[in-house]
Design a protein around this ligand. Structure first.
Ligand code: 5CA
Length: 163
């Protein structure tokens, strides 16, 4: 039976359920201002931009992969190419939505229709807590970086351009 509008979980509720299923009692916060970009999310939370988790989808040999990158860093696609051994392309907005079930600006680090191989920026591990998107451009949640690695099955990696 199709769910009515009332019964269908919202994007942030879907993220909450996925986190609960992974054993994380996340405290998702909704902000009146945008958390669409890492800087906006940092300003809303009152934290450094480095502690914001960017969820960036790329296509590796045409297959979605996820990079969880510190908001302070730029990801070098060549790093993903070296890690996967595949040709890296950027996912467009439609591909992001298809792979993750969420729209750009709200893509969470987990809770996808099918698992997405994930790489976690090593720089995120220097913090006690980092903040990731929770399904919409107004919802984020705090998580310990080691929990982020655990629930995503992510490979901790150097993702910045090499010096
Ligand atoms: N909510 C914030 C912080 S938690 C957030 O989702 N940030 S983000 O960095 O993960 O999402 C924005 C990213 O989406 C941008 O860094 C950019 O890489 C990507 N993006 C933005 N517009 C497009 C687009 N038109 N096509 C593909 N990717 C895009």
């Amino acid at each position: 039976m199709a769910l009515s509008m009332e019964q269908r979980p919202s994007a942030s509720q879907r993220v909450q359920a996925a986190l609960s299923a992974a054993g994380i009692a996340a405290r998702i916060e909704e902000f009146p201002s945008s958390t669409r970009t890492a800087q906006e999310a940092a300003d809303a939370v009152g934290t450094s931009v480095g502690q914001i988790v960017k969820s960036l989808v790329f296509l590796a040999g045409g297959v979605p992969v996820l990079a969880l990158v510190s908001g302070a860093n730029r990801l070098d696609p060549a790093r993903l190419g070296a890690l996967t051994g595949l040709e890296i392309g950027k996912a467009d907005a439609d591909a992001v939505r298809r792979a993750t079930g969420y729209s750009i600006g709200g893509v969470p680090p987990t809770g996808f229709p099918a698992p997405i191989p994930t790489f976690v920026d090593r720089d995120l591990l220097q913090y006690d807590v980092v903040w990731a998107a929770a399904g919409t451009p107004r919802h984020v949640f705090p998580i310990a970086p080691n929990d982020l690695v655990r629930i995503t099955g992510g490979q901790v990696s150097d993702l910045r351009p090499s010096p």
